[in-house]
Design a protein around this ligand. Structure first.
Ligand code: RAT
Ligand code: ZN
Length: 468
């Protein structure tokens, strides 16, 4: 069994955490067979939306986002490199990530000399080989990061992406698994849903919408369904079925918030909005996509739904993807209502706001159809990962998934995972030291089992459960 020497315990925990093969249960990575949608290389790394947002904090006012986005990706990357890596020290987490990534690829000298062209040259060896090069690079990234597979985000409502699934795609690498992303259904975005149904020849009815999902499930074979909730999402599950004019979609009060949304009627379309014109008789306000379509299909196919709760889209619309933000505090009790209203459905959930994390642990402790995962986006910073992980271990033991990467660019696996592993190992070693000091004896195999659970084992056990 493991001795009580603190340094030895730390070393053991670090080594187990560093070597465990993890599952990355939510990313935006797409396989090399998706062609240009498989993002990798320095220009993609530098134009990651976290870095674009950071760049605009101090960019000269003459560089408007519109101007910036009209430039080639390479030119955008040049500007970000100069501003954040040459004229400043890359000390933020997103910048440090680029440094860690390049270091791990062996580009030390290029880093020392700030040689962006040299870095580009390195990636050219893969680019020049087209899909084969991308496959090679992809395998390298998964192996170096110690990831067995990453779950993608597959959006049928996005025509560019959908084109890669119809006709049926070639087999893609086992490093990738799919997830069917259905935000418009949860947001009550009637317009997008109706357009998608019409474009593929489905009836604009609840049955048509269900069939649409069933067919996409047959095509994509997803691990789970997935959606992020709009910031003003409400779910009042306890109201009488007869009064089921469900308060889905948006909260009127929240809509009066001081932010102006250019596309509010698009993405958070209320039941009364024009998008339902001519359809109101078919799908009306008494139906709702969440209960009648999404939850029903999750039950019928025994598929979990992964929720990302608390994003405030378009905080600064000019910045496009880089302009999405955080809502201070989401109504986490909504998650408890979902878990109890739909007991046959399994929910995976993560919250964007730091202030929701404690409540999330309490809810996970009460509902066995809920699994908490990862530290998302603005919480995916070492200081916050540390406090969240500590709290989760204290409240949930190892029955949660410590991290997911949310990578959009393949190379990011090479920093997001080592950064998170270091923080998690630090938290765990302190907990094991306390436990061993208080008289518990344990073996390295016990430690290995725990670490495995936190990095994907608990997720797979949750995925193997069924309440149907
Ligand atoms: O973290 C991110 O990259 C965000 O932009 C979101 O896409 C988020 O991860 C999401 O899946 O909604
Ligand atoms: Zn994401």
């Amino acid at each position: 069994s493991i001795g009580d020497d603190h340094e030895a315990i730390r070393a053991l925990v670090y080594s187990e955490v560093a070597s465990t093969i993890a599952i990355d249960l939510h990313t935006h990575l797409l396989p090399p067979t998706h062609g240009a949608l498989c993002l990798y290389g320095i220009d993609e790394l530098l134009t990651y939306h976290y870095l674009v947002a950071e760049y605009f904090m101090t960019a000269p006012p003459s560089v408007t986002p519109e101007k910036f986005y009209s430039l080639s990706k390479q030119k955008q990357a040049d500007m970000i490199w100069k501003a954040l890596f040459v004229d400043a020290t890359p000390i933020s987490e997103a910048c440090k990530g680029v440094v860690t990534t390049l270091e791990s690829l062996g580009l030390k000298e290029e880093l020392q000399t700030r040689d962006l062209e040299g870095i580009r040259k390195y990636f050219r060896q893969y680019r020049d080989e087209g899909i084969d090069g991308a496959e090679k690079y992809s395998s390298l990234a998964y192996e170096k990061a110690g990831i067995s597979y990453a779950v993608m985000t597959n959006i049928p409502f996005d025509p560019l992406e959908a084109a890669h699934w119809k006709p049926k795609p070639k087999d893609y690498s086992k490093n990738y698994r799919s997830a069917l992303r259905v935000d418009p259904l949860l947001a009550g975005d009637t317009k997008t849903v109706m357009n998608a149904l019409a474009a593929s020849g489905y009836d604009k009815t609840i049955e048509g919408a269900k069939q649409y999902l069933h067919d996409w499930i047959d095509i994509m074979k997803p691990e789970y369904m997935m959606a992020s909730t709009p910031h003003n999402f409400v779910f009042d599950g306890d109201i009488e079925p007869s009064m089921k004019k469900i308060k889905r979609g948006v909260n009127e009060e929240a809509m009066k918030e001081p932010f102006a949304f250019t596309d509010m009627t698009n993405s958070n379309c209320d039941t009364t909005c024009e998008a339902t014109d001519g359809l109101a008789s078919v799908i009306n306000e008494n139906h709702d996509f969440l209960s009648e379509v999404l939850m029903k299909v999750c039950e019928e196919r025994d598929l979990p739904i992964a929720l990302k709760i608390g994003a405030h889209r378009n905080l600064n619309p000019e910045l496009r993807q880089a302009g999405d933000g955080v809502v201070a505090f989401a109504d986490a009790s909504m998650l408890a209502r979902l878990c109890s209203t739909f007991p046959k459905v399994r929910f995976l959930a993560t919250f964007l706001s730091r202030t929701n994390q404690h409540e999330a642990c309490v809810i996970a402790n009460k509902f066995s159809n809920l699994h908490i995962y990862g530290c998302w986006w603005y919480c995916n910073n070492p200081s916050i990962i540390e406090e969240i992980t500590k709290m989760r271990v204290e409240m949930l033991s190892t029955a949660f998934t410590a991290q997911h990467s949310d990578c959009r660019v393949l190379d990011q696996l090479l920093y997001k995972w080592p950064h998170s592993r270091a923080v998690i190992a630090n938290v765990l070693s302190k907990e094991y030291i306390k436990l061993i000091e208080s008289g518990w004896s344990m073996t390295r195999a016990d430690l290995r089992r725990d670490v495995k659970n936190l990095f994907g084992g608990s997720y797979e056990k949750f995925m193997a459960k069924s309440f149907v």
